[in-house]
Write a protein that binds this ligand. Structure first.
Ligand SMILES: NC(=O)c1ccc[n+]([C@@H]2O[C@H](COP(=O)([O-])OP(=O)(O)OC[C@H]3O[C@@H](n4cnc5c(N)ncnc54)[C@H](OP(=O)(O)O)[C@@H]3O)[C@@H](O)[C@H]2O)c1
Length: 248
């Protein structure tokens, strides 16, 4: 029996942030589900590591710093027609709001908001997204909950991303392009181990999650597979919270 509504066989899917963490795991999961993956990241060596693990052909890698318009244009011109995209590239900062200057907000919005929004806009406008394509934006529960002090700047960028997601879903439905987001809780990736929060604080914080742990990148990648696949073909404009029950 070959019944598998989550298959991505025959689909071509772009994953940004594919050089690390959630993006890398999502790229590899899409590959294993049969998709031809276009992997994009900023660091060429780390991107190469991901690329070398991809098995489904044709595969492609594009190094791009998505805060630079020239690099967005380079990525766009390298893209084949897409059945899906997971816009995962992003960053975080832990910063009390009293230090949240306009400059800090601008820096966070550049990568977490303007980069995916510009990429989405141009992929739609230039018809890189095929009719019926599915786009997944990686947002955060930081956009809806004060999940940890000092995440106001970060949370604002993700809340804004979710707002645009809903309008894009409505407007792009005329071409049957679906747009959804995933709002992860804390996920064990290099992003959370940069020293701004100590390992002891992280271990303590993980106990606040009803399911007793932080997420693994696979928890988010599996959600992305659902949203990319035909199993979710009647779902658009939805922010899928994957957070081990934290937000309840
Ligand atoms: N981990 C969490 O707890 C968590 C929770 C909620 C949401 N998220 C979101 O999930 C996404 C992935 O995060 P992660 O946890 O997987 O972090 P990560 O391991 O640090 O990966 C971040 C990815 O974004 C890429 N990136 C950063 N700045 C970029 C830029 N200017 N241009 C192009 N690519 C850039 C990085 O590329 P290079 O490595 O090549 O520089 C890397 O591939 C982010 O949007 C993050 O906000 C994470």
């Amino acid at each position: 029996m070959n019944f598998n509504p989550f298959s991505l066989a025959g689909k071509t899917i772009l994953v940004t942030g594919a050089s690390s963490g959630i993006g890398r795991t999502t790229a590899l999961a899409c590959d294993r589900m049969g998709a031809a993956v276009v992997a994009s990241g900023r660091d060429s060596e780390r991107l190469e590591e991901t690329f070398n693990l991809l098995e489904t052909q044709p595969k492609c890698q594009v190094t791009a710093d998505l805060t630079h318009n020239d690099d967005i244009d380079k990525l766009l011109s390298s893209l084949p027609p897409l059945d899906g995209a997971v816009l995962c590239a992003g960053n975080s900062t832990t910063l009390p709001l009293q230090f949240g200057t306009r400059e800090k907000f601008d820096g966070m919005f550049d990568i977490n908001f303007f980069a995916p929004v510009e990429l989405l806009r141009l992929m739609y406008k230039k018809k890189v997204l095929k009719k019926g394509a599915s786009v997944v934006l990686i947002a955060s529960i930081g956009g809806t909950h004060s999940f940890m002090p000092g995440n106001g700047v970060y949370g604002a960028s993700k809340a804004a991303l979710n707002a645009v997601m809903k309008y894009a879903a409505r407007e792009y439905a005329s071409r049957k392009v679906r747009v959804n987001s995933i709002c992860p809780g804390m996920v064990d990736t290099p992003l959370i181990h940069r020293g701004t929060i100590t390992e002891e604080q992280l271990a303590e914080d993980a106990k606040r999650y009803p399911l007793g742990r932080y997420g693994q990148p696979e928890d988010i990648a599996n959600g992305a597979i659902y949203l990319l696949s035909d199993a979710s073909s009647w779902l658009t404009g939805h922010d899928l919270v994957i957070d081990g029950g934290f937000s309840i």
